[in-house]
Design a protein around this ligand. Structure first.
Ligand code: 2BA
Length: 94
């Protein structure tokens, strides 16, 4: 089992969660805040089998687009998604 932790932009979240759910993936949505911009983003926890990772990554890639925003004089490019993939020793639903 793997846990994908995907940090995505709020604007992409409703469409992404809908697409994941309709492909039978289970998702937990957490409200989060980026340390640099100090503005809201969304962290999704997605528990999957190893052979499902590529499917989840394709859905994220299809929906999450990168955007450039202005911070003072700087132009900041926020990625479509930041994704951590972790090994999970065990998983139980009781
Ligand atoms: P923020 O920390 O608000 O960062 C927003 C965007 O600002 C980043 O986009 C990056 O383009 C820029 N940025 C961040 N730190 C910077 C720095 N020290 N100097 C210059 N520019 C900087 P992304 O890299 O796409 O990250 C989007 C969000 O994903 C981040 O929001 C943060 O919430 C999360 N994130 C990214 N990398 C992470 C990491 N290694 N660990 C934990 N969270 C991470």
């Amino acid at each position: 089992m793997k846990l994908l932790i995907a940090i995505v932009q709020d604007a992409d979240t409703p469409k992404l969660v809908k697409a994941l759910m309709s492909n039978k993936f289970r998702v937990t949505k957490l409200a989060s805040t980026g340390g640099f911009l100090k503005s809201g983003n969304t962290t999704l926890l997605i528990g999957v089998e190893e052979n499902q990772i590529d499917d989840v990554l394709s859905i994220i890639e299809e929906i999450c687009s990168s955007r450039a925003i202005k911070k003072g004089n700087q132009e900041i490019n926020i990625g479509g998604a930041t994704i951590f993939i972790m090994d999970i020793d065990d998983f139980k639903r009781i």
